[in-house]
Design a binder for this molecule. Structure first.
Ligand code: NDP
Length: 401
């Protein structure tokens, strides 16, 4: 039916490629493009070894460079660009999509390399331009952001007149056997978890020290875990798009060993993003750390256990108080057997493919720039069940105080 240009060839891109290739009725062609072409070629070979009908090409591109991107898009003529490179490339890829009038989807909001602060304002500033160009940008189509936004939109549509409280709980009960490794790009991951925490209450951001707020929660199929309040990008858009929000928070689980390692690395300056001079060359400590940590794409075979990510919504329906939880449980080894990746890449890559499918099939085609919860959640929820991320509901969930 159509063609997607997938930018990036890391852990998440690997899953997007496999999932598009499983769905060749929609994705009859894909082009995989990244800085390192050999990684794109390896992904192509691994998808072709599974016998897909999708035609795959590969290309080299520097996604920080708009003219290079425009030339690639003009050559490949995709119906949509799936951006699974890094958040730093969001704006250049959006610029190239505008110039070539091509639809756009990503999984993480723009972040400036030098400020480690992610906000939607940079991408929301493209709304009018995308409307005028008649193209759709779907922002944040991973798991969180992504499925968590679809879960909230689904709760709002089917079970609530107003949702007053949302807690998003992201639990990774997986074990990769390393003393310290990150499950997705180490630079982005460490910037996220070492930043101050925050949540929205009564329309205002409340800031906390990093890892200041801790709760313990018993997750289905994983067990009891410590979780910590983090700043997370979907809080910003959900607080605007879901009716009646009084408070919205995001929690992620971390083991004690991960936190101790992180604290030590912070204390010695290894997580800093300020460049330093080393033997006559400028290096960024966090980028150097990334180079010595295990590549997240290599964790697949070693990771056992499950993730459990979902949302708890509290609000009112017909004047009565309603508590509702919707979540997905995903098994690291099952993901590895299916597509050669661990569950963090899987739970991000599957929704990226589904989001692109929603736009390509016209179900979510609307000129402008949108967050995922602004669209009808039903077809996406059906697709999650079909494409590997089945969800469950609980109408009497344990709440977080
Ligand atoms: P990886 O580091 O594994 O992969 C990133 C890829 O982007 C690499 O292949 C890299 O190329 C490529 N890349 C980086 N810079 C450029 C550039 N200038 N031009 C072209 N390609 C470039 O990251 P992940 O796969 O783990 O993560 C991908 C994205 O998914 C990130 O934005 C991350 O924030 C997001 N994410 C979202 C989640 C969600 O739930 N919403 C959860 C997890 C991740 P090369 O290898 O050649 O250097």
């Amino acid at each position: 039916m159509g063609k997607a240009l997938i930018i990036g060839a890391g852990g998440v891109a690997g899953v997007v490629v496999h999932k598009c290739c499983q769905n060749s009725e929609v994705f009859s062609e894909i082009c995989i493009a990244s800085r390192t072409k050999s990684k794109c070629d390896a992904l192509k070979a691994s998808a072709e070894a599974k016998g897909t009908k999708t035609k795959i090409t590969t290309a080299q591109v520097d996604a920080d460079n708009v003219p290079e991107l425009v030339a690639l898009i003009n050559k490949e003529k995709p119906d949509i660009v799936i951006n699974v490179a890094l958040p730093y490339q969001d704006l250049t890829i959006m610029d190239a999509c505008l110039e070539t009038k091509t639809d756009y989807v990503d999984t993480a909001n723009y972040e400036h390399p030098d400020t480690a602060k992610f906000e939607y304002k940079y991408q929301w500033a493209y709304r009018e331009k995308f409307e005028k160009a008649g193209i759709t940008a779907l922002l944040g189509s991973g798991f969180d952001p992504g499925v968590t936004g679809v879960f909230c939109a689904y709760a709002q549509k089917h079970y609530f007149d107003e949702i007053n409280y949302i807690d998003i709980l992201d639990c990774n009960g997986g074990d990769h056997g390393y003393p310290f490794a990150t499950n997705f790009n180490p630079e982005i991951n460490i910037r996220e978890v070492s930043a101050k925490g925050s949540y929205i209450e009564d329309g205002k951001w409340v800031e906390t020290e990093p890892m200041e707020i801790k709760r313990v929660y018993n997750f289905e199929e994983v067990g009891e875990k410590d979780m910590y309040l983090l700043h997370h990008e979907e809080l910003e858009s959900l607080a605007l798009n879901i009716k009646g929000i009084k408070r919205i928070r995001f929690f992620m689980t971390f083991g004690q060993s991960y936190l101790t390692h992180l604290k030590c690395l912070e204390n010695v300056g290894m997580t800093s993003i300020k460049p330093i001079m080393y033997e006559g060359k400028e290096i960024v400590p966090l980028q150097f750390l990334k180079a010595v940590l295990p590549d997240p794409a290599s964790l697949g075979p070693r990771t056992v256990g499950k993730t459990n990510i979902g949302c708890i919504c509290t609000g009112k329906k017909d004047g009565k108080e309603v508590h509702y939880k919707v979540f997905n449980v995903c098994d690291h080894q099952e993901c590895y057997k299916e597509v050669g990746s661990q569950a963090i890449s899987y739970t991000t890559g599957v929704p990226a493919m589904i989001g692109a499918m929603m736009v390509m099939t016209g179900k979510w085609k609307k000129p402008g720039v949108y967050n995922i919860e602004e669209f009808d959640p039903d077809p996406f929820m059906d697709a999650l069940n079909k494409w590997g991320l089945p969800w469950r509901e609980d109408f009497n969930p344990a709440l977080v105080d």
